[in-house]
Design a protein around this ligand. Structure first.
Ligand SMILES: *Cc1c(COP(=O)(O)O)cnc(C)c1O
Length: 406
């Protein structure tokens, strides 16, 4: 029970005990991941953002309300996360949601009945389902185009087009969209541009710097990084768009809870270390798969033959940790899935442990077979999200699952 500070009174009013002066800007990205402004609690000096497990806030003086009045509208823990992602993406304001789909769905609510959106054809399966089975009923229509070709984007323009939705590299075949070409053209036509940055994260790709208006994330993946939290994030380029997203987030109530906000921030601090390690391993895996005669195709933006690699290198500073490959048939894909011993066989990606998924039966199951095959999501396609295991162990395991050296 003894301790030097037993009887010490908290200094001052308990406010602003943070004694360090803010570091000189600009800091490099890796440093900003740790020194994002919320890393030390202002009231106590605690080494992480406190979890304000409260739904509402006392009004000491009704004429002078507290900064936050109700946690759906704002909570200091969630706010710290929202400021954190805004800073990392280089946007004006950030928002945290209950899932990636909650972030995407809430953002689509910027549109109204009668509006039209141009969408990349191999968009995330859940976004495809939202557009084709929910938003269509609300009178919001969309045209899917192959966004590797900017001419197809331009050709899809209609008088009621309001927005363009990008995902690059796309899921699961890692197709590349020229972000600057799309945002430049969209601006001329007064269109809103949205980009799902889940695969690259701001560590590799910062779309706002290339003219994108709203960046979206399934933070469930690389940002969280540990397969233990479901979350979504959005970042608005301008204050004006931020105010609109704020109204939607509060009005729809799609917010992220405080425990998950804290857990996500904990995960995000190691984003750089995780991403760079996994990327090195992913490059090795992609090269190894390319060297095998029994693999039909390998998709990884870092491979020399990968379509759009030069565009990707211009707009992004890395290749990420996802490698997709075609083992030739659905039967063989299922054999591999049932024979691997190290990766988690699951829906999802972007975690400390490797995750092997089967798009045809998992992430893209909602897509009709014909559309799926047209988009290169064949029955033999597997998606490997490389984690932090030793890559030689992962390769040896995949080698045995594929039935030995070929
Ligand atoms: C997982 C994912 C989503 C959806 O996110 P949830 O957190 O699962 O709701 C959206 N986009 C991409 C690219 C994803 O991988």
């Amino acid at each position: 029970m003894s301790g030097e500070n037993q009887n010490r009174q908290p200094e001052g009013s308990g406010r602003n005990v943070r004694r360090k002066s803010p570091p000189a800007e600009p800091l490099r990205f890796e440093t900003r991941l740790l020194h994002f402004g919320g890393e030390i609690d202002e009231a106590t000096g605690a080494s992480s953002v406190p979890i304000y497990q409260a739904s509402t806030f006392h009004h000491e003086d009704v004429f002078n309300p507290p900064a936050h009045d109700y946690s759906r509208s704002g909570n200091p823990t969630r706010q710290a996360l929202e400021d954190y992602i805004a800073k990392l993406e280089g946007g004006a304001r950030g928002f945290a949601y209950a899932s990636g789909m909650a972030a995407i769905a809430s953002t689509f609510m910027l549109l109204s009945s009668g509006d039209h959106i141009i969408v990349t054809e191999d968009v995330y399966g859940g976004t495809y389902r939202l557009l084709t089975s929910i938003l269509n009923r609300m009178g919001i229509e969309c045209t899917f185009v192959d966004m590797t070709d900017p001419e197809q984007v331009k050709a899809a323009l209609k008088p009621n087009t309001k927005a363009v939705y990008m995902e690059t590299p796309s899921n699961p075949t890692l197709k590349i969209t020229d972000i600057g070409a799309v945002t430049g053209w969209a601006r001329e036509h007064g269109l809103l541009t949205l980009l799902d940055n889940t695969f690259m994260t701001p560590y590799y790709q910062r779309p706002i710097e290339q003219g994108v208006d709203i960046v979206l994330h399934s933070a469930t993946k690389f940002l969280g990084g540990h397969s233990d939290v479901l979350a979504g994030l959005a970042v608005a380029r301008t204050e004006e768009l931020g105010a609109k997203l704020k109204q939607l987030q509060n009005g729809l109530g799609t917010v992220l809870g405080v425990q998950d906000s804290w857990l996500l921030m904990r995960g995000m601090k190691t984003l750089g270390a995780r991403m760079s390690h996994s990327e090195q391993s992913a490059a090795k895996l992609a090269a190894w798969l390319t060297g095998r005669s029994d693999i039909e195709a390998v998709y990884y933006p870092g491979l020399l033959h990968h379509p759009g690699r030069e565009i990707h290198e211009r707009q992004c500073r890395g290749y990420g940790a996802v490698v997709s490959f075609d083992v030739g048939s659905g039967e063989r894909a299922k054999e591999v899935l049932n024979s691997v011993r190290l990766p988690l066989v699951a829906v999802s990606l972007g975690a400390v442990e490797s995750i092997l998924s089967y798009p045809a039966m998992m992430s893209h199951a909602a897509m009709g077979e014909k559309v799926r095959h047209e988009r290169g999501i064949t029955d033999g396609l597997l998606r490997f999200s490389v984690g932090l295991e030793d890559i030689d162990d992962l390769i040896a395991d995949l080698d045995q699952a594929l039935g030995g050296k070929k």
